[in-house]
Write a protein that binds this ligand. Structure first.
Ligand SMILES: C[S@@+](CC[C@H](N)C(=O)[O-])C[C@H]1O[C@@H](n2cnc3c(N)ncnc32)[C@H](O)[C@@H]1O
Length: 261
């Protein structure tokens, strides 16, 4: 098995059969279903990370970008609660920014501004970080899935990036990425980070726009790769791009995937 099955029921079955063991059962009995599910999900991600035949190969950033000189990074970890993105993923985003030195960054999904701040901290002084989240005045979450809805309702763009010496680089856009006109950015973006809505419609649309916006030599990064349940569309869309011949890697042992254009 080198990829997750497309059908939900098969994905769940696969995840249970491949990852059920003594530890997972112990967790189920002692901690309940959510720890059990978490264990299966993490173990599943580890399986594909270690499997040398995975459809999306895992690589270290230094190998992806052929880096000899390791750059310094600046990191300001999240001060707010809400989403559980591990700090190492934030560090990888900072490292990619420090290596690529992108002038134009576009992020879909600001949340509280933590990733936007870390892009600003590690990009050149004249970089611009556009970061988009849903309009505040009429925060419409009616079309979002359960997990996305919960996140959108606790979002608070600008909260985490305000008040730093690099804040001037960040341009906040309030719009729904499904209806926004991205054409002014076509062929202009060096680094695109897709971390907004996770429905198939949204991931597909954000990805199609990103492919038009990112210039040759630029990169697209997705968060939430290898998720078995509600966020599976990210993986599905990435698998499709791989089938079309795009150069894509998973960043070692993370949920980050990167496309080199
Ligand atoms: C996972 S959070 C982003 C996390 C952030 N990048 C970080 O790591 O700190 C996803 C965000 O996307 C926003 N979002 C969801 N659907 C969207 C859409 N269609 N257009 C714009 N933003 C969207 C949500 O409001 C939420 O704040």
């Amino acid at each position: 098995m080198n990829k997750l099955p497309n059908y939900k029921i098969l994905r769940y079955l696969f995840c249970i059969l491949f990852n059920l063991n003594f530890s997972s059962i112990l967790l189920l009995l002692k901690n309940g279903i959510s720890s059990f599910r978490r264990y299966l999900g993490l173990s599943n991600k580890l399986y594909f990370f270690l499997n040398p035949n995975s459809k999306i190969p895992s690589k270290h950033i230094y190998d992806i970008f052929n880096v000899n000189q390791i750059p310094e990074i600046r990191l300001i970890p999240s001060k707010s609660e809400g989403i559980e993105t591990p700090i190492d993923e934030l560090a990888y985003l900072a490292l990619i920014t420090a290596i690529k030195q992108p002038k134009f960054i576009f992020e879909i999904g600001t949340y509280k501004g933590r990733t936007a701040l870390n892009f600003a901290l590690n990009s050149p002084p004249d970089a611009i970080i556009y970061t988009m989240d849903l309009p505040r005045d009429q925060l419409d979450v009616s079309t979002l899935g359960k997990a996305d809805k919960k996140i959108a309702l606790s979002s608070n763009p600008t909260l985490e990036y305000t008040g730093y010496e690099v804040s001037y680089k960040i341009v906040q856009i309030y719009a729904n990425s499904l209806t926004y006109d991205f054409s002014p950015y076509y062929d202009k973006i060096d680094l695109m980070f897709i971390d907004g809505g996770h429905s198939e419609e949204c991931v597909r649309s954000d990805t199609e726009n990103a492919l038009k916006m990112v210039k040759k030599g630029g990169i697209i990064i997705w968060h939430d790769f290898m998720n078995v349940s509600e966020y599976y569309p990210v993986t599905k869309v990435i698998y499709e791009l791989k089938d079309k011949g795009f150069e894509i890697y998973r960043i070692m042992n993370t949920e980050l995937c990167i496309l080199l254009k």
